[in-house]
Every structure is written in C-alpha cells, then in structure tokens.
Design a binder for this molecule. Structure first.
Ligand SMILES: [Zn+2]
Ligand SMILES: [Zn+2]
Length: 388
C-alpha cells in the first residue's frame, strides 16, 4: 500500500509547475458533436439547482444541455390511490412528449419516485427510449441548507445520480464493482467522491459518447419505440424520416430494415396492399433478412393463402439464426393468425427451451400444455395423456 502511495505522489512532486491552464473545464470524455440533452424541470424546484445541474452535466459528460420551460407533473404519472409519482408512467409520458431535436430527454422533479417494487429511487431510466427522470427528494435538506458547503455537496450528489441515469440511456447496465457509480444500490451517505465510475464504466461511457450520432438509426429506434407501444402512425412518421435520410447508395441492408418496418406499420394499420409493396422491396434489398419473410407470411395469411403463408414462414425461419426469434415468431403466428394451436405449441416449447421470456408466449404455452392437450414436436408426435 505504501509503495503505491509513494509511486503516486513522488512523480507529481517532481513535475514542473503547469505553465498554462485551459480556460474551459476539462471534459473527461471525447464526446461527439450534436449530443443535445433536453432537461425538463417538473413541479416545485429551485431554478439555481436546475441551472447548476445543467452546467454540471455539460461539464461531466461533454454534452450540450438545453433547459426546457418547467411544467407541472402530469396527472397521468401519478398513482390515483396514493398520489405518488410512478416512475415508469412518467417515462411513458416523457417519451410521448419528447422534443423532436432531443438526443436524450431527462426530467427532474422534487417528488419521491416509485416503481412496482422500489420506493427510494434517485432516478429511473429507459435505455431503449432514451429518457430518464431524477428526483431531488433525497437531497432536499442539503439543497435548502444555508451552509454553502452542504448545498454544494447536495448538488454534487444530484449530479452523480444524473450521470448514473444518463449512462443507462447510453446503454450502460448496472456494475458489480465496489464504489462504482453504476452500482444498483448506492447509500445516500456514499453518493459522493467515494463513488465514481469505475475504469470499465468510463471506457463504456467514453465509447458511447464518442460514437457520432447516426440520424437514420436514431429515427429507426424512435420508430421502434412507438411501434412497440402500438402508436403506428407515429412509428411510420419516424420510419419515413429514416428513409429520407438514406440514399440508394447506402447499405441495402439498412434500406431493407426501413422498408420492412414501414411495411409492418402499414400492415398493423390494416393498410395491407401498400404494406405488401414495402415488404417485397425489403426482400429484394436484402434477401437474407428473415423478418420481411415473416411479414409476407402475415400478408398471405390475411389474404387466406395458408399454403403460401406457411411457405414464407419456413423461408424466414430457415434464414433466422436466432432460435428465440425463430420459434417465438412461428409460435405466435401459428397461434394467433393461422389458428393452429398444435403446431404453435411445438414452436413455443422450442422458444421456451431457447430462453425466450415473453410472458404472453409462455402463458400461451402453459395453456396449450395443460393435461389433455395434444402436442406435436418436429418430426414426431407426442401425446400428453389426461391425468384427471
Ligand atoms: Zn441504475
Ligand atoms: Zn463500473
């Protein structure tokens, strides 16, 4: 221990004094251009704390922060019984109202945040939707203190919590390293200089921040988030924007992904003929992609062409390397669209065996597997005997 301390201290004592100092704060990350974080105060907050948080995030992450006008906490984010702010509801509201030009969107509130099983949160983030919320609730005593040092310490805690949530929106997961800022649980009295990003997390964050923005990919991701919420019109809007950002010279696989998603959105809105054109274009652009074949199977099923639907399903499955995706789609398609529960059950079992975890599909499998049901597996027939 002493040896390490010596190695650390002696060279710095031998260094000549610095001749120049940079006027700008030293940003630890090599952040690419155009990363605009939109910060939204919600409810009762002190302007000076929010200003300080904005500056602090610019300094700590090297991103541009724009402060949005404050808004009241949306009523739909509250639990009607308790009146408490439910973090995932608030994130849903934020996602639906996010500013178009925001690269990341973070809200700050002074209300306590809760989710289903957690009641003392500093913040909550959705990595896919790129939104996060923070609360000043646990730091209020310090933020309102008349002691300058106490206030500074409380603001530092808030900024650390903000970096943790921002890192989630950049794809970082929780970290097992002791004293890392990305630990799942950090005691309030340890959320200070003793708790910083570990070396691995700094590397991950640096990679994420240094990656240049990829506008078409961002529009695609936004479209996907709307699509999964079944907001098909808004999904289509973002897929169209993604398409407009690509040229015919771009990677045909990228063009195929966009065409396929436009087709899937149109199909979901029951605009089948137009959707089919996009899906066929997606297949022409990237014949090796399984998803457009799956969607074409749906088109055939809608038209009552069962044999062709089955053929496209098999074509897609033969191209699909991922057993969870392959059997998950086949199970759902056979169950919900072709109405063939026996064939669906075999795929759902393969799906579960491969580690698929969709509650909807596992529940369907459970129902189909009740004693008395007849199940088929590939190449053989298996009969489950009734036990009652
Ligand atoms: Zn976390
Ligand atoms: Zn870490």
């Amino acid at each position: 221990m002493a040896l390490f301390a010596l190695l650390l201290i002696v060279p710095s004592l031998l260094e000549p004094p610095h001749a120049t100092y940079s006027a700008r704060p030293v940003v630890p990350f090599d952040t690419a251009e155009g990363k605009l974080l939109a910060l939204r105060p919600l409810g009762d907050l002190m302007e000076r704390d929010i200003d300080d948080l904005a500056r602090s995030l610019e300094y700590r992450l090297g991103v541009d922060v724009t402060l949005l006008p404050p808004l009241p906490i949306p009523p739909e984010a509250r639990d009607p019984a308790t009146g408490h702010v439910v973090a995932d509801r608030l994130l849903n509201w934020m996602f639906a109202t996010r500013p178009d030009d925001a690269w990341r969107y973070v809200a700050v509130t002074s209300d306590p945040l809760q989710t289903g099983d957690a009641h003392s949160l500093y913040g909550y983030a959705n990595a896919v939707d790129h939104v996060a919320v923070l609360t000043t609730f646990h730091f209020e005593a310090g933020l309102h203190s008349t002691d300058r040092l106490e206030r500074a310490l409380a603001r530092d805690k808030l900024a650390r919590a903000a970096v943790h949530e921002m890192a989630h929106t950049l794809g970082l997961d929780h970290c097992e390293h002791d004293l890392c800022l990305m630990q799942r649980v950090i005691p309030l009295d340890r959320l200070d200089t003793r708790t910083s990003l570990c070396h691995d997390c700094i590397q991950r964050l640096d990679r994420a921040l240094a990656t240049p923005n990829d506008p078409w990919r961002e529009q695609l991701d936004l479209g996907d988030s709307f699509f999964h919420r079944r907001y098909y019109t808004r999904a289509l809007h973002h897929y169209d924007l993604a398409k407009a950002l690509l040229t015919p010279h771009d990677d045909p696989r990228a063009l195929s992904q966009v065409e396929n998603r436009i087709g899937a959105s149109l199909l979901s809105m029951q605009i089948v003929a137009e959707g089919e054109q996009n899906i066929r274009r997606a297949i022409d652009l990237d014949p090796a992609a399984p998803q457009p074949h799956y969607n074409l199977a749906i088109v055939y099923a809608y038209a009552g062409e069962r044999a062709l639907a089955q053929e496209e399903l098999e074509r897609g499955m033969a191209l699909d390397q991922d057993p969870v995706s392959r059997h998950g789609f086949a199970g759902r398609f056979l169950l919900d669209i072709l109405d063939d529960p026996d064939a669906a059950a075999a795929h759902l079992r393969a799906y579960a065996a491969a580690g698929g975890d969709s509650p909807y599909l596992l529940e369907a499998l459970d129902t189909l597997s009740r004693p008395g049901a007849v199940l088929f597996t590939h190449g053989e027939v298996e009969v489950i005997h009734a036990t009652w």
